[in-house]
Design a protein around this ligand. Structure first.
Ligand code: AMP
Ligand code: MN
Ligand code: MN
Ligand code: MN
Length: 301
């Protein structure tokens, strides 16, 4: 069986390894084909391609686009995109400019709430959360991509939270002091840019969204109507008990199924390629991709 992992991050977004090291790690883990899917940027793909050629691994150019839909943030993965496509590049650039503004607003909101919390005698808030923006900025290699993961890593490093999960839960999710509402791009734009550049659009980690069943179905219908083709079934963000539900949804909505660890850093979550196979009744997103033929003939030999 081919080990295909179609979702991971480098330090071009909120991963910690440079693109070439992500590819080397994938090869070491026995991955045959890897999609690098950094958030809102394709700047890592060229270096990843060089490393993939050296390692004999097939690189699928990818991206993970931040979208606002139905009052929530939804991530759309683009696979087999052309990173040089001007429409896609311009759209992603716009998202990154919005990100910079959001990161600055995170700081302001923190300070406002911290003042209030200080008056209420909150020890946690007293312990020096000012400087979060500068801290997160330092953690980000790509200064256009300062995001919540960088804030979380800084909060953990400073001892404000014992681990990333707690940092998100306490500070960086809706209703907490470091969360600011942000309008990302539209579902229509994201799917449109991916398709215009020759790629396939896939809904990332559907189990992570706080939609009810009706809302999730509306999302899948809207996505299909725009030309979206796939949905992640096996991902590091899904509990194994959820795999069947999303495999069934994929089938019911005529979507192909994808598999990806959503790797960010060694020791954070699931490692590249270390996931179960897709359920046998799923139609994989990679079915018929000619770049996989070489691996297939090798594995049949
Ligand atoms: P951003 O795009 O800057 O809002 O950050 C979103 C990223 O934060 C996701 O891609 C994940 O890498 C990370 N993330 C979101 N929620 C959590 C969580 N509960 N625990 C750990 N990481 C999270
Ligand atoms: Mn991320
Ligand atoms: Mn995501
Ligand atoms: Mn991701």
């Amino acid at each position: 069986m081919l080990n295909i992992d179609l979702h991971c991050h480098s330090n071009v977004s909120d991963g910690v390894l440079p693109p070439a090291e992500v590819v080397a790690r994938a090869a070491a883990n026995g991955v045959h084909a890897l999609a690098l899917t950094d958030h809102d940027d394709v700047a890592g793909i060229a270096a990843a391609q060089v490393a993939a050629d050296a390692a004999g691994l097939t690189l699928i150019p990818g991206v993970e686009i931040s979208v606002s839909w139905g009052g929530q943030t939804v991530h759309i993965v683009g696979l087999r995109i052309d990173p040089k496509h001007s429409g896609l590049a311009a759209g992603l650039k716009d998202i990154r400019l919005g990100r910079i503004e959001r990161a600055r607003r995170m700081l302001d909101i923190r300070l406002g709430r911290i003042e209030r919390a200080r008056r209420m005698g909150d020890d946690l808030a007293r312990s020096g959360i000012a400087g979060a923006y500068e801290g997160a900025y330092d953690f980000a290699v790509n200064k256009e991509m300062v995001g919540r993961t960088h804030f979380a890593r800084w909060l953990v490093a400073q001892g404000h939270a014992p681990d990333m999960r707690t940092a998100f839960k306490r500070y960086l999710t809706r209703g907490n002091p470091g969360y600011v509402e942000h309008e990302w791009t539209s579902l229509e734009n994201a799917v449109g840019w991916i398709r215009a550049s020759g790629g396939m659009a896939v809904i990332a980690h559907p189990g992570r969204y706080a939609f009810n069943a009706r809302e999730l179905h509306l999302l899948l219908d809207a996505f299909r109507a725009l030309g979206g083709e796939g949905i992640e079934v096996i991902t590091g963000s899904h509990h194994p008990s959820e795999y069947g539900k999303f495999a069934d949804l994929a089938r019911a909505f005529g979507l192909k199924a994808s598999r990806g660890a959503d790797f960010h850093a060694p020791g954070e979550g699931i490692d590249i390629g270390r996931l179960p196979a897709l359920p046998h009744y799923c139609q994989p997103v990679w079915q018929g991709w000619p770049e996989l033929a070489a691996h297939l003939s090798l594995s049949l030999a």
